[in-house]
Design a binder for this molecule. Structure first.
Ligand SMILES: Cc1cc2nc3c(=O)[nH]c(=O)nc-3n(C[C@H](O)[C@H](O)[C@H](O)COP(=O)(O)O)c2cc1C
Length: 210
C-alpha cells in the first residue's frame, strides 16, 4: 500500500506480489496525492514488474472502470464494504456512513498521529480548534485510544464514526456485501462498454469528416 511514486519505487523490487496505489480520496491512512493523479504515475513508475491496483474513493462501478482506464489492473475498495451486513464495525458507524456526503470526511492526525481520512467528528475538530499538534505515531493512539473506546461503547457517531473515504456520498444503505460486489462489477462493465461505444462513435465520426 503506497501513496507516492517514491514509495512505489522503494518497494517494487522487494518481492511483493502487487502494489496498491491509494490516493488522497481514500479512507484510513492517507496520501497527499489525489487518486486520479496517483494511479497513472505509479503505473508508469512500476511498469510490468508487479500489478498495480488503484484505490481511494472508489465506491461504485464507474470508479472501478476509471481505475482500469488509468492503467491499474484492478480496484481496491474499503469504504463501500463498510456499510454491509458482514462488516465488523458497529451498526451506528454503518449508519454514519449512509448519512454522510462527499464533504463529511476530514484528514486528521488526531487518532493515530499520522494523517488518516475519517468521518468528521468532535475529537478531530477539537484538535484543530485547540491548535495542538498531535503526537507522532504510535504515541497519539495512547491518548486517543481510551476516548475512542468510550465513544464506541456509548455509540457516539459524533465522536467515533470511524475511518472512511470521500466516495462515502455514493453509499446510501446497509446491504449484503454480495450485492455491493455485484453492483461494482455490473457498474464497471456498463461504464467500460459505454467508453468503448464512445470510441467507436468518435472514430466513425473522424472517418465521416475525412
Ligand atoms: C476502516 C478502515 C480501516 C483501514 N485499515 C487499514 C489497514 O489496517 N491497513 C491498510 O493498509 N489500509 C487500511 N485501510 C485502507 C484500505 O485498505 C483502502 O486502501 C482504502 O479503504 C481505500 O479507499 P476507500 O476507503 O475510499 O475505498 C483502511 C480503510 C478503512 C476505511
Amino acid at each position: 500500500m503506497i501513496g507516492k511514486v517514491k514509495h512505489a519505487e522503494q518497494v517494487v523490487d522487494s518481492g511483493i506480489d502487487m502494489i496498491v496505489a491509494q490516493g488522497h480520496d481514500g479512507g484510513g491512512h492517507n496520501s497527499p496525492i489525489g487518486t486520479m493523479s496517483l494511479i497513472p504515475q505509479v503505473v508508469d513508475a512500476v511498469g510490468d514488474r508487479v500489478p498495480v491496483i488503484g484505490a481511494g474513493g472508489i465506491s461504485d462501478g464507474r470508479g472501478v472502470a476509471a481505475s482500469l482506464m488509468l492503467g491499474a489492473e484492478g480496484a481496491w475498495i474499503g469504504t463501500a464494504f463498510l456499510a454491509t451486513d458482514e462488516a465488523g464495525i458497529e451498526h451506528f458507524q454503518k449508519e454514519a456512513i449512509t448519512e454522510s456526503g462527499d464533504a463529511d470526511t476530514v484528514v486528521s492526525r488526531s487518532l493515530t498521529g499520522k494523517p488518516a481520512r475519517m468521518i468528521r467528528n468532535k475529537w478531530a475538530d477539537a484538535w484543530v480548534a485547540a491548535g495542538k499538534e498531535p503526537l507522532p505515531m504510535p504515541f497519539q493512539s495512547i491518548i486517543s485510544g481510551p476516548v475512542m473506546a468510550s465513544g464506541l461503547k456509548a455509540e457516539r457517531k459524533d465522536i467515533m464514526p470511524g475511518f472512511a473515504g470521500q466516495g462515502i456520498g455514493l453509499i446510501h444503505s446497509i446491504r449484503p456485501a454480495a450485492e455491493v460486489m455485484r453492483e461494482l462489477v455490473e457498474g464497471a462493465e456498463v461504464a467500460l462498454s459505454r467508453s468503448f461505444v464512445g470510441d467507436m462513435q468518435s472514430s466513425q465520426q473522424d472517418k465521416h469528416q475525412k
